[in-house]
Design a protein around this ligand. Structure first.
Ligand code: PLP
Length: 390
């Protein structure tokens, strides 16, 4: 099997699995219980929060555990938008046209509640710039939202510069950093955002666990309670904490950070290896997204004349797993909204592009097999209707 869809999700590392297994099996006490086995679990959670804060270079009190990044994005954006409106500070939000649905569908909802949202389109070079944000900001603007790395095409957005500018203008700034946390060597203490998020299953941890970091350095920042109940997570998100997964997530991040530089270098080499191999094949392709500001581990390629959904099925039959864009849109194979934002005048590109994304386990052999599969498809050797596997 060749798995090249790590932007969708990653395999849980064995070391992480062991931590989760041990916690589930041995330390099953409720962290809120007052007796020893509960206190032991509580202590391990406190340690995990501390370790996560150290890894991200933020304060322990700024860490909130969530069920993932969708929850964290919803919580942060709604909370801050609704409070700003309530305080009469304005109703305008600036974000980009290339955000993940867990951001876009929140801002679309907010539009039905009296908010106005400006969606910045990538410019002719495929860039989202700080100036674009500044240009559309008015005295009604309350906050900015931007992702760190785009999940479909791998473009890098200027979140550090945006943070500086947002802070100067007294705006809250939310960052969806899901595709950056892990591979990117960012110092989050230098990121002047109000909130940023992460999701464990993108860095070889389990699904269904993530975090929200809420930085309360500005007076007007606001995070309201998400769930009312027993008062866990500093009375902000009640409910018995998922300690096994919290421990697993922090272990996954620790391992990822320990190998960060080495892994990133490997991704750069694999990226060039992939492009060289494609150039040798007699098949036309172009890279999608921002040409200058991009990560090497998410590669989105336009194969002119080839329908992506058909190629995906053929690759599946060949045991090669890639994607046509965002798998997070509930497995749909519809045309990509992100590619529409980048290439509004090239509709053929929206449905003829494939995403190949690397993980820590990816090897050159995986890429060789992907190329072989592509070759077989272009030579008509994988036939959907006559396949034995069907
Ligand atoms: N934001 C981005 C950029 C993502 O890539 C994803 C998942 O694909 C999410 C948010 C949602 O994360 P989760 O699966 O933890 O809800």
């Amino acid at each position: 099997m060749v798995y090249l869809d790590n932007a969708a999700t990653t395999a849980v590392r064995p070391e992480v699995l062991k931590v989760i297994h041990d916690s589930l099996l041995n330390d099953y006490g409720n962290p809120s219980s007052t007796y020893r086995i509960g206190k032991k679990v509580r202590h391990s959670m406190i340690q995990a929060r501390k370790q996560l804060a150290e890894l991200l270079n933020v304060a322990e009190s700024e860490v909130y555990f969530t069920s993932g990044a969708t929850e964290a994005n919803n919580w942060a954006i709604r909370s801050q938008a609704e409070k700003s409106k309530e305080l009469g500070q304005g109703n305008h939000i600036v974000t980009t046209a290339i955000e993940h649905p867990s951001v876009t569908n929140v801002t679309k909802y907010l539009e039905t509640q009296g908010f106005e949202v400006t969606y910045i389109q990538p410019n002719e070079r495929g860039e989202i710039t700080v100036q674009q944000f500044i240009d559309v900001t008015t005295n009604q603007t309350i906050g900015w939202i931007a992702m760190a790395v785009n999940n479909e095409v791998g473009s890098i957005l200027p979140i550090f510069e945006l943070g500086e500018e947002a802070n100067e203008r007294n705006l809250w700034f939310h960052v969806d950093s899901v595709q950056a946390v892990g591979p990117m060597a960012y110092d989050y203490s230098q990121l002047k955002c109000t909130t940023f998020v992460g999701s464990a299953h993108k860095f070889n941890g389990p699904k269904g666990i993530g975090f929200l970091i809420y930085r309360s350095f500005q007076e007007h920042n606001h995070l309201g309670p998400l769930l009312y109940g027993g008062g866990q997570e500093n009375k902000m998100r009640s409910g018995t904490e998922n300690v096994p997964y919290i421990l697993g997530m922090v272990k996954a991040l620790e391992l990822t950070f320990a190998e960060q530089e080495e892994t990133f270098n490997k991704y750069e080499k694999l990226h060039h290896y992939l492009l060289d191999a494609l150039n040798e094949l007699d098949i036309e392709f172009e890279i999608n997204g921002d040409m200058n500001n991009r990560v090497p581990y998410i590669n989105n390629l336009w194969f002119n004349g080839n329908i992506a959904s058909q190629m995906l099925i053929k690759m599946d039959l060949d045991d090669v797993y890639i994607s046509a864009g965002s798998a997070c849109s509930a497995g749909s194979l519809t045309e990509s909204d992100i590619l529409k934002a980048y290439y509004p005048d090239q509709p053929e590109r929206w449905s003829q592009s494939l995403r190949i994304s690397f993980g820590y386990q990816t090897t050159r052999e995986d890429i060789d097999q992907f190329i072989q599969s592509l070759k077989k498809i272009s030579e008509g050797k994988i036939d959907l209707w006559h396949s034995k596997k069907l």
